[in-house]
Design a protein around this ligand. Sequence first.
Ligand code: ADP
Length: 453
Amino acid sequence: VTTNADVVVIGAGGAGLSAATQAALLGAKVIVLEKMPIAGGNTNYATGGLNASETSVQAKLGIQDSNQSFYDDTMKGGQNINDPALVDAMVINSAETVDWLLGLGADLTDVGKMAGSSNSRTHRPAGGAAVGGHLVEVLVQSALDSGAEIRYNSKVITILKAQDGTNTVAGVRVQAPNGTYLILAPTVVLATGGFGANPDLLVSLKPGLEGFGTTNHSGATGDAFDLVKPFSVALVDMEQIQTHPTVVPVQNLMITEAVRGNGAIMVNREGKRFNSEMATRDVMSSAILEQTGKTAYLLFDHGVRESLKAIETYYSQGLLTEGATVSELAGKLGMPAAALEETITTYNGYVANGADPDFGRKADEMPRSLATGPYYAVEVGPAVHHTMGGVKITPTTHVLDTSGVPVAGLFAAGEVVGGVHGANRLGGNAVADITVFGKIAGEQAATLALSQK
Ligand code: ADP
C-alpha cells in the first residue's frame, strides 16, 4: 500500500540514522528504509572515533585544539582537492554535533589522536566500546524514541520524480520481501553509503583495483548512482578510492602500517621477501597481488610485538599464527622452513648493516632485527576501504545537478557524498562526516517538508 511521509531516509547507517533522529525531533513524519536486515552499514565497522574540534569534551580534558587546525589537517590529508566549503561545514558543526550526540546518550568522552591530526580530537567511548557500533545503537534508539519508523529488508529501487516536469523528488519505490510499494514524500535523504563492495563499479573507475578485497559490509554497492540518474545529479571524485594493502582476508580486518614501521617484514608463500615493506600503499598492493595466492604474510618476532600495542589486539583476536622458532612457524604456515630461515637471517644482516640491497628498505625503516622468539605471522592482502567520491552537495546537504542547481527535496549525507575527504580520508573523519551532515540533512529535509504543509 502507498503511504505518505514528510521525510524518507534511504539507508540506516550513521548518516541516515542521524538524519532520521533530527528530522523526527523537529516533528516530521520520518520513514527510514534499510535494505539489509540490520542497521549500521559500514558505520558498524568504525573503530577509530569521531573527529571534532573546540568541543566541550576537549575543554573538560584540557586539550588545546582549533577549528583552523582541524580544517587544515583535513585539507592536507585530502591533498587539497577536498571541497573547502564542505570541510568548513564539517569542522564548524563538529563541536555542536558532539554535544547533540552526548545529549542523545552517546559516550564520546575519551579523546585520542589519530594519524594526520595535529591535535587530540578523535572522540570515542570511554568504556572502550568501538565508536561505530556504539553510535548505531544510540542512534537507532534515538530515531525510534523521537518517532521515526525504521523498515528493514526494504530496498529503495527508485526515487520518484514530480510529474510537473521540474527536477523535484516525490517519494520512493520500495522493494520489500512481499513486493514493491510507494512512499510519497516531498523530501528524500540519500544516506546509502559508499560502493566499496561493488567490484564492477570499482574496477570500471580504477582498473588497478582488479583482485582487491574489501573491508566494507556487503550492502556497500553504490545503489545511489542508479537511483539519482533521472535527476542528472553531479558526481565528484568518483575515482578517489582509499585502499589498504594489509587486510586480513575473510575477517576483513586491517592491520596497521605501524606493524611494518616497527620492524615486520613481508614474505610470500615461498618464504621470501618480494618488495620493500615500506613502499606506498598502491605499490605494496600490486606487489602482493603478484605473489602466489595473491596474498602475503606479515612476519615479526616478539620484539616487534612488544613494541606495539595494536599487536596485542590482533593477538587476542586470534589473527596471529605463532611459532616458538622460525622453522616451527614456517611449518604452521606450510612454508619451506629453510627458505624462511634464510630470509630472516639475511634480513637481520641488512638491519645490522643499515642497508637492504635487495629491496632498498631504508636504515631508519628497519628499527630492529627479528631474532627473539616466538615468531608471529598474519596473512594479508590489499582491499578497498573507503570511497571518497559521490554525489555533489552544498554545505547544507542539498544535492546538486550537473548545472549546479539543487534537486528540489533531495538531500544527501555520509559516504554517498563526494568532496568532503578529497583524495584521502583521515581516520576519525568518516564518523564526523556522517553525523554532522546527517544531522544537517535531517534538519533541512524536515524544515522543508513541514513548511510545505
Ligand atoms: P554512512 O556511513 O554514510 O551512513 P553506511 O554504510 O553506514 O553509510 O550506511 C548506509 C546504509 O544504507 C547501509 O546500511 C546500507 O545497507 C543502506 N542502503 C544502501 N543502499 C540502499 C538501498 N537502495 N535501499 C535501502 N538501504 C540502502
